[in-house]
Design a protein around this ligand. Structure first.
Ligand SMILES: [Zn+2]
Length: 345
């Protein structure tokens, strides 16, 4: 097994970005905002950069040696001069979980207590005398109180603390946080590198579908890999079948199956499908389902762009406010009945 096959190896398309980050070292800013398309590995890049900063016998180009004590601690997740802050999972959220279920808002957030907990870390000198990276991923996960709590430290981090904030392109990072960071842009991977990386991970029997998954993920390889995982792939198969059957088969029957699935697995797929339907109606090529151009054209003949665009906007709104609906069955019925109505005269 080559080192590229290990779980945390940096994908090849991120190496130039790592070189660029390493070149900043002589005058490293207090805070970097690492931004780029969703699902291309920005978090991995930032973690690898943090490891390079902590490595105690780096290579000539600044890359981590993967051999020293510091590298060992980092990989084991217990380097004393490193902190990573990410939204807590449901299992860690305690009493807040019930509240969020009530409001049907489950976008995971970084909370103020997590930022306050950093005070003891940034306030004292490092254990090893080097830089102390703090990774915040994703930066758009900071809720308002957490973002406000972070501001002062971001402005003047004591000692050798370096903040590495990671955010998806276009994600709503608090402007007060953004303005205190030096922006660092990570480009999308070249199509061929993405395809090779994904094919190697899908296994021989699925490698042929790599292009389909990449199209659905807007070319982002890590996102494509997540879409190809069994649960997500099953939702994809269900969607493909549903859009072949509606409107001939009643949406109520279709909705039954989707009601048993987690909404985040299938609603984004339906959003993508509807966006492609609108594209085809506007005379363009399908972008996320290029193999379904004929189906989209056939459906397009039975509806109007205006109706599809209105449904698409409504769907986007639904997905934003209700990613984990209280009643998944009713939610699925609502979405699919409205979808079906696109094709009724
Ligand atoms: Zn090392």
């Amino acid at each position: 097994m080559s080192s590229d096959d290990t779980l945390d190896a940096l994908p090849s398309w991120l190496e130039p970005s790592l070189s660029g980050l390493l070149a900043l070292r002589p005058s490293l800013p207090h805070a970097l905002l690492i931004q780029g398309p969703r699902g291309i590995g920005k978090g991995r890049l930032a973690r690898r950069f943090a490891q390079c900063l902590l490595c105690e016998s780096p290579l000539a180009d600044g890359r981590a040696c993967d051999r020293c004590d510091a590298c060992g601690w980092f990989v084991a997740g217990n380097h004393p001069d490193y902190r990573q802050v990410s939204p807590l999972g449901d299992e860690d959220a305690g009493g807040e979980r019930a509240e969020r279920t009530r409001s049907e808002r489950t976008r995971p957030e970084i909370k103020i207590d997590q930022i306050r907990a950093l005070a003891g870390f940034v306030g004292v000198g490092g254990h090893r005398g080097g830089r102390k990276p703090v990774l915040i991923d994703p930066a758009e996960g900071l809720n308002l109180p957490a973002a406000n709590a972070l501001l002062k430290t971001l402005e003047e981090p004591p000692g050798d603390t370096v903040f590495l904030l990671v955010a998806a392109q276009g994600a709503p990072v608090a402007p007060t946080v953004r303005s205190r960071c030096v922006p660092w842009r990570v480009p999308a991977p070249p199509a061929e590198a993405a395809r090779v990386w994904l094919s190697a991970r899908l296994g021989a029997d699925q490698a042929a579908q790599a292009a389909d998954w990449l199209a659905l993920a807007d070319g982002a390889p890590l996102r494509a890999l997540a879409l190809a995982e069994p649960g997500a792939a099953a939702a994809h198969r269900m969607l493909m079948q549903a859009v072949q059957e509606i409107p001939e088969t009643g949406a109520m029957r279709i909705a039954e199956g989707f009601g048993a699935q987690a909404a985040p697995l299938w609603v984004p797929l339906l959003q993508s499908w509807v966006a492609d339907l609108a594209r085809v109606l506007a005379g363009a090529q399908a972008q996320r389902f290029p193999g379904q151009q004929a189906v989209l054209q056939r459906l397009g003949q039975r509806t109007r762009l205006r109706r599809v665009a209105a449904y698409g906007s409504w769907l986007d709104q639904q997905a934003r406010v209700s990613s984990h609906p209280l009643n998944p069955r009713l939610y699925a019925e609502d979405l699919w009945l409205r979808y079906e109505s696109l094709f009724q005269r």
